[in-house]
Design a protein around this ligand. Sequence first.
Ligand SMILES: [Cu+2]
Length: 155
Amino acid sequence: MFALRYRGACACALALSLLCSVSAVRAEVQVSDPWVRATVAAQKASGAFMQLQSATATRLVAVSSPVAGSCEIHEMSMQDNVMKMREISKLDLQPGKAVALRPGGYHIMLMGLNAALKEGDTVPLTLRFENADGKTETQEVRATVRAMPPAQHQH
Ligand SMILES: [Cu+2]
């Protein structure tokens, strides 16, 4: 009984999300040069990077991708002379001010990868933004997988 109800809820959520992606107002956020670091077979996590710029105040509040079990927004910061990363619940965008997600800084963590990401592959990402009125908008991004030297971003 529980299993049936669960499956029903899932299908409903899927239908809703499909409906939303068709009717959603396009977010006013410019996404430039989105890319994802290539992985090797056993690697379960990777980082996604891009530049974000919005004409109006908004914030990135969630990310999802079909290639990952979950995605988190991370920031890197110096703590006692050691670079550490931690999850943040949102990334604020000031009007007209570009924010770079790059190795060593803000990034989107793709976790629970279901396959290796090979150079040249395309990774779809759905970015969810919440504006000052609390209204959310989603934006689809297609990130290119690029190989990068190892050891810059370890987990
Ligand atoms: Cu991270």
